[in-house]
Design a protein around this ligand. Structure first.
Ligand SMILES: [Zn+2]
Length: 289
């Protein structure tokens, strides 16, 4: 069960969360977008999906009620549930794209990225870049793993981090690269934040406990995989491992779980803890006893 999140909520003197109105299996209650700052110009972090008129009218209301307009849009990563709304936001809020930048990190390796409307180009950030507005100083921190272009934003005034999909308010996240993902979690720890504003799910008030939980969770999954393979005398396919490890989880989540298990498997092979065997196109794994 997921926690109820209102469509609009003021979370602090400088942060208003506007829910993307795109609930779903992977997006939980929907994407959290954040209006950041205290002055007449604010920063929007992430834009939700396209064709969400309810989101656009909520965003308009927040800006109108606070007497502000958007200074800049920051995007945590390329996934559609964070970038899909860019064109709608720009069009519906009548933003002047010569002055309002849409910023993110480049893909790695660099990949040409197009926003649906070709008049809009991304402005690319570098690790450590600082974006300021009245009442808020955001430091862009490169945290790949969930995606190759992922960034989190360290909000100096609150010792808080806007975590995108690196850490979620509920459950755990998926990733493309486990090794860099674990490094990014360590990088987050380095900031010793007290609050996390995640890309999905409720605000996290015990930030360090949550980050440590994420690290422990991955380590636990890794031990489970080695354990399952050790107990089985025959080599196993990844989905067979998933069915044992995720027996208590709905089958509709097994595909996503399988992806994570495969990432663990390749990391474990690299570390020589397990062995990969190929039978034609099928890969199987065995414990390295
Ligand atoms: Zn997301």
């Amino acid at each position: 069960m997921t926690t109820f999140i209102p469509q609009i909520e003021k979370l602090s003197s400088r942060i208003i969360r506007v829910l993307g109105c795109n609930p779903g299996m992977m997006t939980l209650q929907g994407t959290n977008t954040y209006v950041v700052g205290t002055g007449r110009k604010r920063i929007l972090v992430d834009t939700g999906e396209d064709k969400k008129p309810e989101y656009i009218s909520n965003l308009k209301k927040v800006l109108k009620d606070s007497g502000s307009t958007l200074q800049e849009i920051l995007i945590t990563h390329w996934h559609h549930d964070h970038t899909g709304g860019i064109v709608d936001v720009i069009r519906e809020l009548q933003l002047d794209t010569d002055n309002v930048k849409v910023s993110k990190f480049p893909r790695n390796p660099i990949l040409e990225e197009k926003i649906d409307d070709e008049r809009i180009q991304y402005n690319y950030l570098k690790d450590g870049d600082v974006v300021k507005t009245e009442g808020a100083t955001l430091k862009a921190v490169y945290t790949p793993g969930h995606t190759d272009d992922h960034m989190v934003l360290f909000l100096e005034e609150e010792n808080a981090v806007l975590t995108g999909d690196c850490i979620l308010g509920e459950g755990t996240t998926v990733f493309e690269d486990l090794f860099t993902y674990m490094q990014s979690l360590q990088k987050l720890m380095g900031f010793s934040p007290t609050i996390l504003y995640p890309g999905h799910g409720p605000i996290v008030n015990e930030a360090m406990v949550k980050i440590q939980m994420y690290i422990d969770h991955r380590n636990m999954r890794e031990r489970q995989i080695v354990d399952v393979l050790t107990k089985n005398d025959k080599p196993m396919e990844s989905m067979e491992i998933v069915k044992i490890m995720y027996a208590d989880v709905g089958e509709h989540l097994h595909m996503a779980a399988n992806e994570n298990v495969c990432h663990h498997l390749s990391k474990l092979v690299k570390e020589n803890k397990i062995i990969q065997l190929k039978e034609g196109v099928v890969s199987k794994w065995n414990a390295n006893l």
